[in-house]
Design a protein around this ligand. Structure first.
Ligand code: HEC
Length: 132
């Protein structure tokens, strides 16, 4: 009877020590891996931004080219609580560089063919790419 008790006790001990070993392992993966978003929506947004959307030919991430950089756009949109999708659907006025709005306007005909999901993915990409 005493032996059974010892066996049960050691099983319980092994079980709890296994559990406590698992936890730090999980955390290691999070700490070890760089902050890198690879969600399917991010990848779609990136593809559209650089491909079909053609945004990248005027918008670099960190420096001004024909249009303002994505960093600059997102900074102002965060400060002003702007609505990117609303802007891309021509429901909101420009708040970053209204003097050059005419250049950006040339995109709206193409953007009309984009689905809401595609515009959401572009917005998510612009949001997350500046956080990297
Ligand atoms: C032909 C060049 C060109 C292309 C292509 C282009 N943009 Fe722009 N974009 C501009 C210019 C110039 C501005 C600055 C004028 C302005 O603020 O509206 C701008 C401004 C913006 C702004 C800030 C608008 C504001 O509130 O002032 C957003 C957001 C934006 N572009 C998103 C996009 C996205 C998304 C795409 C791809 C679908 C894209 N742009 C493609 C030239 C371009």
């Amino acid at each position: 009877m005493k032996n059974i008790f010892i066996v049960l006790l050691s099983i319980a001990f092994v079980a709890t020590s296994c559990q406590s070993e698992k936890k730090p392992e999980k955390e290691k993966i999070v700490i070890g891996g760089k902050k890198k978003s690879t969600s399917p929506e991010f990848e779609l947004g990136k593809k559209l931004f650089k491909g079909k959307g053609n945004c990248y030919s005027c918008h670099r991430v960190d420096k001004k080219s024909i249009g303002p950089s994505v960093i600059e756009i997102m900074k102002i949109y965060k400060e002003e609580n702007g609505d990117i999708i609303g802007f891309l659907r021509q429901k909101k006025d420009p708040i970053v560089d209204p003097d050059n709005y005419a250049v950006m306007k040339t995109n709206f005909i193409r953007l009309e063919k984009f689905t809401d999901e595609e515009l959401k993915a572009i917005e998510l990409y612009m949001n997350e790419v500046v956080a990297k």
